[in-house]
Ligand binder design. Sequence first.
Ligand SMILES: *Cc1c(COP(=O)(O)O)cnc(C)c1O
Length: 370
Amino acid sequence: MKIQMVDVKNQYLQIKEEIDKGIQDVINDTAFINGPAVKRFKINFEAYLKANTVIPCANGTDALQIAMMALGLKPGDEVIVPAFTYVATAEVIALLNLTPVMVDVDEHTFNLSLDNIKDKITSKTKAIVPVNLYGQCADLERIVEFSKAHNLYVIEDNAQAIGADFIYKNGSRIKAGLVGDIGTTSFYPSKNLGAYGDGGACYTNDAELGEKIRMVANHGQSKKYVHDIIGCNSRLDSIQAAILDVKLKYLDSYAKARIEVANFYDRAFVNVEQIETPLRANHSTHVFHQYTLKIKNGKRNELKDYLNKNGIPSMIYYPIPLYNQKAFTSKETLPITEKLCQEVLSLPIHTEMDEKQLNYISEKVLQFFN
Ligand SMILES: *Cc1c(COP(=O)(O)O)cnc(C)c1O
């Protein structure tokens, strides 16, 4: 029995015929850049998200950069970002000579909440970038309300929560990434909607902003050979689009498979005091990009080693607070981020897991605590 964090190979084998045909069609057309497959995926993804505009691009990091460029943020502007996230979120802020202001996250949802943000706002603050971490939305309704009142933009880094629903207080729902001004996502192969290479997208319900994003991603071009602003070159290639268009049809069933794995783990660990299982927030569905435990007895690293010795991979997302990375000049100490970096452990979760694997993994975890 080989256990992997993600099993892209077996997932491929389930849909091999469709994928192979999609790739072969692109090659037959030789429309490798901006071919019909890209347009088709864009339209189908817009319909899935119920978004006004999807702008496909080269990867999730580019998507964040393009979003910030399209909003016209200027050097020196401050952008609020969680200290507990993947580096890309803060990296592009610094790359554009904006100032990343790193803030702490909620202990139970791992996400930004309004409480983390409020006292970090200054006259230079221009945007907030909540990350919908591990597959669940941040408390976006309150963050967006606050942002509107203070003239701030909200860019949702939705690389990990594609397909999740945000649930408003009145019960209505919207796809993650559409609560703020722009949502960005990644189609990195291990993401919930993964390509067979790199890919990403920005999306928005603001048509005018959508047009600006499209221009930025395409050399600032308004018409062929007419360049109104400085942009960049960031494209989703046709082969990746063809693959994503096939996989998009399965995205909801993939989420369902992940949720079943999460439910299994939840039940298995319910009586272990030293383990905190992931909280399901009222304001969001959870698509479980990661299933992340908090190990409360200081033995997270020992558990990781123990699992590894038993052939079970696990990962620490993320081991180092962003402000402790050499790349960033911001040096502070945020208590919850510090604690989470010591406590979190993500277990294997993907669409192809079977009961035998789940029984084995949970048995070994339980054994460690006995
Ligand atoms: C994966 C990821 C990204 C970056 O996506 P790439 O496609 O690898 O550039 C950005 N933010 C978060 C939270 C991610 O998980």
